[in-house]
Ligand binder design. Sequence first.
Ligand SMILES: [Fe+2]
Length: 277
Amino acid sequence: MSSLPYLGVGLSYRWDLNPHLARGNPGVDWLEVTPEHFLPLTEDALQRLALLARRYPLAGHGLELSVGSDGVDAPGYMEGVRRILSTTKSAWHGDHLCFTRVGTLPLRALTPVPLTEEALEVCVRNIRRVQAELAVPFVVENIAYLFETPLDTLPEEEFLRRVVTEADCGLLLDLHNLHANAVNRRYDPYPFLDRLPLERVVQIHIAGGRTMEGLLLDSHSSCSPKEVFELLDYVVPRCPVRGVNFEMDSDFPPFPRLVEELAHARSILQRHGASKS
Ligand SMILES: [Fe+2]
């Protein structure tokens, strides 16, 4: 994973941002592209992706791979993702450590996998297969979740560690997901971080959420809180990160505020010499 290119600090690509990204933007180093936003694929979509790839380095970030599902992929899904990754010359591709379908039934939600030996085996098997099929490095992301399954037998950090080491893939560390879980379950995120395989971190997500009925939701609807930047400052010198990106899905502020968010993250990466690790 250390041979992967250093992308710097970027944004998750969203339609709302098009007017600010169309001609390239010096405040944005790279973009994360979600294949599901372009599926089912058309020639027009491929052309737009190719154009984007001429302006920014890109990496893929899927929603529907369903790493935790024991079964076959949705028809045509992998082929679509593969074509997008190849058109965009993606540096790597990521998806979440969760399941989004049961059999062929889509759940439309990132659902936590039971933290069991059996689920671990399924996740490892799926990631190994996906890495072989996609032919780009794969990174798996820790999710925010609001409930634990009664079946859990392993701590989340041990589950994460074993998935990435046994599947031999990278870790996409979402610091807002970690922050939200730590707030909602009242634990200290720093010892949790220390128990993760930080040497496997390829990418880091930063984001902001909102509080509803006493729970912090990972809604991607605000700028990152200070706790997320503090976690970033802690983790960057401890991992070989290749790219950080800010995820936002709604309630976009004026674009210069997003550039400011990236500049803040970039200053942390530069202070720790991240591009050289
Ligand atoms: Fe994320």
